[in-house]
Design a protein. Structure first.
Length: 182
């Protein structure tokens, strides 16, 4: 009889421990799902930025006269497709439904598309976007020398949501850079 009274409540402790372990597991799954959503959103925005940068490079490659001099080298930093960080994009034509023939209008239509597809990009077009002749990665490499063209795009996110290190101290801006030789 004495053995029965000592063991009473043991099953209740087993149930509580099991409940605790299951609860911790479920909380872990919820946290993992939350991170998955953030990673998916970041991947989608980076994919959009990569697509936009690739589109601009294809426009540049399709119109070599706007970017290459007569001897086949890249034009100086005043080429039709170049845009310095902190400067304005050219004004867009009345319609961008068909690809304009001039390089500056193509760049303006591209900027218009970027502002539609990337969150908060319309606020960053002048201050963070650039297209330049580049000797090294980053805006400090822009100039009239170098054999590569660099494109930087930017978009806004909530603080800390940018999953890659950014060149700015502002944690609400994500960047995508593409460097290539035409």
């Amino acid at each position: 009889m004495n053995d029965i009274s000592r063991q009473s409540g043991f099953s209740m402790i087993e149930v509580l421990v099991t409940f605790l372990l299951i609860t911790i597991g479920i909380l872990g799954m919820v946290a993992l799902q939350g991170k998955t959503i953030a990673y998916t959103k970041d991947s989608s925005q980076r994919n959009t930025a990569a697509m936009l940068a690739d589109d601009l490079f294809e426009l540049i490659r399709a119109n070599p006269d706007a970017i290459l001099s007569a001897d086949g080298n890249l034009k100086a930093s005043t080429g039709d497709y170049y845009k310095a960080k902190g400067s304005d994009f050219p004004s867009a034509p009345s319609s961008c439904a068909t690809t304009p023939s001039s390089a500056s209008q193509q760049l303006a239509c591209w900027a218009q598309e970027a502002s539609k597809l990337l969150p908060g990009a319309s606020d960053l077009l002048n201050s963070e976007f650039y297209v330049c002749r580049s000797t090294s990665p980053g805006p400090s490499g822009c100039g009239s020398a170098g054999s590569a063209i660099e494109i930087q795009l930017a978009w806004k996110v909530k603080s800390g949501e940018c999953l890659e290190e950014t060149p700015s101290e502002d944690t609400t801006i994500c960047y995508y850079r593409l460097r290539s030789e035409p």
